[in-house]
Write a protein that binds this ligand. Sequence first.
Ligand SMILES: Cc1cc2nc3c(=O)[nH]c(=O)nc-3n(C[C@H](O)[C@H](O)[C@H](O)COP(=O)(O)O)c2cc1C
Length: 203
Amino acid sequence: MKKKLLSICSLFVFCIAMTSCAENDTETENDNTNILVAYFSLAGEQYDVGVIEKGNTEIIAEMIADATNADVFKIESTEAYPTTYDGLLDVSKKEQTEPPQIAGTVDNMENYDTIFLGYPIWWGDTPTIVNVFLQSYDFSDKTIVPFCTHSGSGLSGTDGTISELCPDSTIGEGFAILGSTAQNDRDEAKNSVTEWLSDNGYI
Ligand SMILES: Cc1cc2nc3c(=O)[nH]c(=O)nc-3n(C[C@H](O)[C@H](O)[C@H](O)COP(=O)(O)O)c2cc1C
């Protein structure tokens, strides 16, 4: 009887060990630490969505990071942005001649070979702070994959802006979605993100 109990216990321990090995294998397969999602996005009052708690682009950035198991860096200014839309219009114009400083840095940028770069379209282009980010690191031989939220402009040629600032990088196929869809129709947004990631072989 003792022997029988011992065998059952051994079998149980063996099964637990196998399950845990299988889980670890899956974790290793999904461990895409060579992918970074870097994004700029603002809460507060935004066009067409009212006052929001989470920025439109941030919502998309989180979906991409979840799907690809990427690391995340939020691009933030050392100076707080206004939380009113009119205030943002003023500051964003001013930044075009007086670029902001970025708070914090990406640790070990050299470890990443693919950077998903997210931003809202501002004045038909990338916000100045995103250009500052692109000028702050060596992106040579890396792939930069643009994604943006907007209120009608689409990508608006921002893949070209990124290519000009990072001529030695590969620019992946960009993704653009209305800010109002990202904010108010998250199922539709997630489907579009998933389709784009899948079409381009990231998932
Ligand atoms: C200063 C400023 C300029 C903008 N310019 C444009 C534009 O040229 N074209 C466009 O489609 N949307 C424009 N927008 C709308 C934003 O791109 C849109 O609301 C975006 O989803 C905001 O993203 P966020 O919440 O991640 O910051 C502008 C918004 C701001 C604040």
